[in-house]
Design a protein around this ligand. Structure first.
Ligand SMILES: *Cc1c(COP(=O)(O)O)cnc(C)c1O
Length: 378
């Protein structure tokens, strides 16, 4: 019996246990210690650009703190890319604020700069300037930052980059996650590197990083007793989990190579199949880590739907998944304002994410190729 092929599964490097054992040996079994500091230093070195990184319990927690540090409060509005995972938008609701969703453009599948401008102008006309803009680098593909940043500057609105899927991606040579006032990373089990669960907030000043660490460790004022003048959170990463992160950082470059090689595999696999497009960088300004490889299946040309293909994969125990369902189409956000057309909706209808793990074997690639050639009759 063939074993299941996953969309994206954890891939350990080998030294993770060494760092965990060190933590046990020195009794740093706590949300602080050498692994926490070491993992932060590794990430800062990798990102460059004066990045100051605070590691946290999740990417979602990082976004929540970023919104708070941008001053988002009850009754405020925050612009968010609609085509994304719900964790990009949920922290807006944690703050008691309202998400304003914006459509994608067709090249990067990320925030459409035209729809962004329209949203800002209309919200201001309605009497409320949005407090922040959450831009996502979906599936590792960098958003069009050169078009988005000037709009944010013009209206003086902070950018929070959701780079949860884009560690190792760059736009014009600059790492995703370092463009906004804040960038968030995720080390959840399915991401390009994982700590089993975890995240980070990328800051650019010592003040922002210190504030993040302060808020994530229950906001204790400087006093011998427990003294508080802010609402705090228990969002800091543990020293055990950070040990996994240090081991994973040793192999991050290999993981990016392997994911990009899966994208090459699919580009080759679908090159002669009319009506199937592999999601790829529009120009050499964009460098994607290709966290997940994805395709668009045009039913008019292929006579088949992405759902047909998903079922064909499933029959051989191969996991594939529709693209993120846009937030403006989610029942939980049905009352939130939305700007744009039907780009993200169309992507959702016809798009499919394919097995993209850095640990897929040659044999597993052959199994995938066999399903594809059988399905399309090629
Ligand atoms: C995974 C992910 C998150 C959330 O990260 P967690 O670490 O799971 O909380 C946020 N945004 C996007 C786009 C993601 O893919």
């Amino acid at each position: 019996m063939n074993s299941k092929i996953w969309l994206s599964s954890p891939h350990m490097g080998g030294n993770e246990l060494k760092y965990i054992n060190e933590a046990f040996a020195e009794n740093w079994v706590a949300p602080l210690g050498p692994n926490v500091n070491g993992f932060e230093e590794d990430l800062e070195k990798f990102l460059g650009e004066d990045a100051k990184v605070a590691v946290l319990s999740a990417g979602t927690a990082a976004l929540h703190l970023a919104l708070i540090e941008c001053g988002v409060e009850h009754g405020d509005e925050v612009i968010c890319q609609s085509m994304t995972f719900s964790a990009s938008a949920n922290p807006i609701a944690y703050c008691g604020a309202t998400p304003v969703f914006v459509d994608s453009e067709t090249e990067t599948w990320n925030m459409c700069p035209k729809a962004l401008r329209q949203a800002i102008e209309d919200r201001i006309k309605n009497g409320k300037k949005p407090k922040a803009i959450i831009v996502v680098h979906l599936y590792g593909m960098p958003a069009k930052m050169d078009d988005i940043i000037p709009i944010a500057k013009e209206f003086d609105i902070e950018i929070i980059e959701d780079a949860a899927e884009a560690l190792g991606s760059t736009y014009k040579g600059r790492p995703c996650g370092t463009f906004g006032r804040f960038g968030i990373l995720s080390f959840n089990g399915n991401k390009i590197i994982t700590t089993s669960g975890g995240g980070a907030l990328v800051c650019h000043t010592k003040e922002d990083k210190d504030k993040t660490v302060f808020l994530s460790t229950q906001a204790r004022d400087n006093a011998p007793h427990y003294q508080h003048s802010h609402i705090g959170f228990n969002y800091r990463m543990s020293n055990i989990v950070a040990g996994i992160g240090r081991g994973q950082m040793e192999v991050l470059k290999d993981r990016i190579e392997a994911r990009r090689s899966m994208h090459d595999f699919y580009t080759d696999l679908f090159k002669d199949i009319d009506g199937v497009t592999v999601f790829s960088e529009p120009t050499s300004d964009f460098y994607s880590n290709h966290w997940l490889s994805a395709i668009i299946v045009d039913p008019e040309i292929t006579g088949k739907t992405r759902e047909d293909l998903r079922m064909a994969f499933l029959e051989d125990d191969i996991e594939s998944r529709p693209l993120w369902k846009p937030m403006h189409l989610q029942p939980v956000f049905e009352n939130a304002p939305y700007y744009g057309g039907n780009v993200s909706e169309q992507l959702f209808n016809d798009g499919l994410c394919l097995p993209s793990g850095s640990n897929l074997t040659e044999e597993e690639r052959l199994r995938i190729a066999k399903v594809v050639s059988g399905f399309f009759g090629k």
